[in-house]
Design a binder for this molecule. Structure first.
Ligand code: ATP
Length: 342
């Protein structure tokens, strides 16, 4: 089922939680909505689910206007962070619930419900646990029951709000892999909300980065990480070094010195952004001069905090090659190899 979100605006009282949001999702895509707290991710998910109605704009399911349809009519399955399983029901009954409560005319026969639930239990790898109660499962297992329950109604679209939010890091990683494989097998159009960039970049076909009720950028993990299109995306996804510069005579200047980086148009104030690892040490020619203030080892890399220039208080992190001697107090000269100006 493809979904089109068309110029959606959502206000709560006077407060606009979403401004003019548009997004086309292809059938079978796995999409992550990524952004800081309050950016509007959950509101957008709830609008797609039919749990909220838009103040303006439309939501189309397979070309058909679904904006005013109920949750049931939209046929969506959802899973929220605090997987509200029915505590007194077994794994089997939890998963079967959505089918059992259907009105008689839409309810599949008992044997068919059993067949479908067993298939789902197998799919979420909980065979042998069908009689257990939620309290007798681990967090990750409960989350898989919640997913199976959402899938049982054969939704056209699967919506997940921070599905792994309450779990510890190791379980989150396992479930991430599992969800990717699960998605590949079932092929449902899936939207999930997360504020964890690693989760979004690793799992999704495309990532939608949101900030303050707007979409900042939509793209594959590589686009978002390697070609961020705004200051916000550059800083929010991955690490960023930021240097206040000026653009003059077609080139970037720091503290009055040209750096030999071409740019236009001229701007009195701009911000030069680059990843800490995207630098080359320079022995001659124009470069940024920095005094090493501190050195830290982060996994396989050596990160140096440097203070730029002599009279500036610009501190940035850069990653220096491990074979280069680096001592606090010494000066290092370098230039970004990949950069953006905002
Ligand atoms: P989080 O990661 O913290 O869940 P989010 O990106 O999902 O954040 P939303 O829950 O969509 O953000 O909220 C977006 C904005 O809308 C926030 O400023 C929030 O306070 C506001 N908001 C959300 N729901 C309501 C509501 N029912 N009434 C009033 N304001 C709301």
């Amino acid at each position: 089922m493809d979904i089109r979100i068309d110029k959606i605006r959502k206000e709560f009282g006077d407060f606009p939680a979403l401004h003019d949001v548009s997004l086309a999702i292809r059938s079978g895509e796995l999409i992550a909505l990524l952004g800081p707290s309050g950016s509007g991710k959950t509101t957008l998910l709830r609008l797609v689910a039919g749990l909220e109605l838009p103040s303006q704009g439309r939501i189309l399911f397979g070309g058909e206007d679904a904006s005013w349809k109920s949750v049931q009519q939209r046929h969506v399955g959802f899973v929220f962070q605090h997987y509200a399983l029915f505590r007194h029901m077994s794994v089997f009954d939890n998963i079967a619930f959505g089918l059992k409560v259907r009105p008689a005319k839409d309810r599949p026969p008992k044997a068919e419900i059993r067949r479908r639930v067993e298939e789902l239990i197998d799919m979420v790898q909980l065979t042998g646990m069908e009689k257990r109660l939620p309290a007798q499962l681990s967090g990750g297992q409960r989350q898989r029951v919640a997913l199976a329950r959402a899938m049982a109604i054969e939704p056209r679209v699967l919506l997940l709000d921070e599905p792994f939010g309450a779990l510890d890091a190791k379980v989150r990683k396992d479930l991430r892999k599992w969800l990717r494989a699960f998605h590949e097998r079932t092929g449902h159009t899936t939207l999930f909300v997360t504020h964890d960039q690693e989760e979004a970049l690793e799992l999704a076909d495309r990532v939608v980065v949101m900030s303050q009720g707007r979409i900042e950028q939509v793209g594959k993990a590589d686009d978002i990480y390697d070609r961020p299109q705004s200051e916000f995306v550059f800083s929010f996804v991955g690490e960023a070094a930021k240097v206040p510069v000026r653009v003059r005579n077609g080139g970037v200047e720091f503290a009055g010195q040209p750096l030999g980086l071409a740019a236009r148009p001229d701007k009195n104030q701009a911000m030069l952004f680059f990843r800490p690892g995207d630098i080359a040490v320079k022995s001659e020619g124009p470069a940024l001069d920095g005094r090493i203030v501190a050195i830290r080892r982060v996994a396989g890399a050596r990160i140096c905090e440097v203070q730029l220039g002599c009279e500036t208080d610009t501190h940035i992190d850069i990653e220096l090659p491990l074979d280069l001697a680096a001592v606090p107090g010494e000066t290092v000269r370098f230039l970004p190899t990949r950069w953006a100006l905002f």
